[in-house]
Design a binder for this molecule. Structure first.
Ligand SMILES: C[S@@+](CC[C@H](N)C(=O)[O-])C[C@H]1O[C@@H](n2cnc3c(N)ncnc32)[C@H](O)[C@@H]1O
Length: 418
């Protein structure tokens, strides 16, 4: 009996409410079920609100923004269902590191990969939770040169004095990186400063602008300033780095701090194309939870131009490497290679949970395109899960701003290697 037959029989014979069945301990109620036929075979989509943001408050350490990131509740659900402590959890499109940070909080070993070097900058330091006073001392030791000016015009975002502080920190971090002397505290400071560069509240270094994961162009910022009749006022960057640190680590206790450090020792952080991840051994990963770039919906490099500048990274170079596909055929061709690689690295008995959104107003159902890719690579299909979410603040921004292109539900195709 296949898994799907089992579910069908189980639900009809036992007159149960329809359920999604992973094993005898893991059954989930569903609100709706749809059937689809792919490659001549019937598959089911199981629909419900399987996890919500309220259900389980996530750890504050996740609170670093990134374009098209998912909530920690998503990887949590699959890590809980398919792994045990010290199994390896992998994300080939790691972004801000939601999967790997949640996995480490759940005491799993982790492998992260993302072609965008900002991903590593924003995720790896969170395995090294700083002592607040040591961080304060470190920040105090970094001298500020108020005569410094940026090499590009960023005056529409920053007060002249804030700009000088940003430049002082940028230069300090650059020298540390060049001389290979950047320590965990420096990397923490780099991560927080990168996150605080621009945003819409007084906790950011900039005057009011869009949320921090999408820096607007200088011209657009001038327009925002004119419309709002605003001028950048002075923002002390050291104070803001400390404040954000306090908030980020507020739910980390000493034992979790130790655990994160321990799990980092066994981790791997790669900056490779997800199609070729040679350093990951064959048959080693118990679970992959990931979300790929969806066609050409998000401009990861453009949205991050200021973050790239601060970290002395060329946004143009990254743009060339990031997967952007205009057509579904092109996208499927690339993702087929990603799946072949995922099949290589996945353990026998291991799983892949591949999250995609609805794009082009739901006209393209990426889940239905992903399913045959996994099958062709050798995987077995477990289920398609659709987590229908009530709008949250972030989903709202995503939904309204990108209404035509965006997504408000998570579609996850679950595969295993048998
Ligand atoms: C949807 S985002 C992932 C967000 C992540 N789930 C999170 O919660 O932050 C997709 C990521 O894929 C990365 N990416 C794009 N093309 C890639 C490629 N060919 N190989 C590896 N990473 C790639 C982008 O830089 C981006 O960070």
């Amino acid at each position: 009996m296949t898994f799907i037959d089992y579910v069908e029989n189980f639900t009809s014979l036992e007159q149960h409410e329809p359920i999604l069945f992973f094993d005898e301990y893991k059954t989930f109620k569903i609100s709706k079920k749809e059937s689809i036929k792919i490659l001549g075979k019937k598959y089911c989509k199981y629909i419900n609100e399987f996890w919500t943001s309220k259900q389980r408050q996530s750890n504050s350490i996740h609170e670093i923004s990134y374009r098209a990131c998912y909530k920690p509740q998503l990887p949590h659900f699959f890590i809980e269902s398919f792994t045990k402590p010290q199994d390896i959890v992998y994300d080939p499109f790691s972004g801000r590191g939601t999967t790997i940070i949640e996995a480490s909080i759940m005491d799993r070993k982790v492998i992260a990969n993302d072609i965008n070097p900002l991903s590593k900058i924003l995720s790896e330091p969170r395995f090294f939770i700083p002592d607040f006073n040591e961080l304060k001392q470190k920040l105090e030791s970094i001298s500020m040169d108020y005569s410094l000016k940026a090499d590009i015009d960023i005056s529409m975002f920053y007060h002249r004095k804030t700009e000088a502080e940003i430049m002082s920190l940028k230069n300090y971090l650059y020298k540390k990186m060049e001389s290979n002397t950047e320590d965990a505290l420096d990397k923490w400071i780099r991560m927080i400063a990168t996150n605080r560069l621009t945003g819409h509240s007084s906790g950011f270094f900039s005057v009011y602008t869009l949320p921090p994961n999408q820096a607007v162009s200088p011209i657009r910022q001038i327009k925002i300033n004119n419309r709002r009749n605003q001028k950048p006022e002075y923002r002390n960057i050291k104070e803001r780095i400390l404040k954000k640190t306090r908030s980020l680590i507020r739910k980390i206790d000493p034992s979790l701090k130790k655990q994160l450090l321990k799990n980092h020792k066994n981790s791997l952080f790669l900056t490779l194309d997800a199609r070729k991840t040679r350093p990951i051994p064959d048959n080693s990963v118990q679970l992959t939870v990931t979300s790929p770039p969806f066609l050409d919906v998000v401009q990861y490099a453009q949205d991050n131009w200021l973050r790239c500048w601060f970290n002395s990274i060329s946004a143009k170079e990254i743009e060339k490497k990031i997967t952007m596909s205009r057509t579904i055929e092109q996208w499927s061709g690339i993702m087929q290679k990603v799946f072949n690689e995922l099949y290589r690295v996945t353990k026998f008995g291991g799983y892949v949970a591949f999250e995609v959104g609805e794009v082009r107003c739901g006209k393209i159902k990426l889940d239905e395109h992903v399913l045959p890719l996994g099958i062709r690579s050798g995987f077995n299909v477990i289920a398609i899960m659709i987590n229908e979410q009530n709008f949250t603040k972030t989903a709202n921004i995503w939904g309204i701003k990108n209404n035509k292109k965006g997504t408000n539900s998570n579609r996850i195709i679950i595969f295993n290697k048998v």
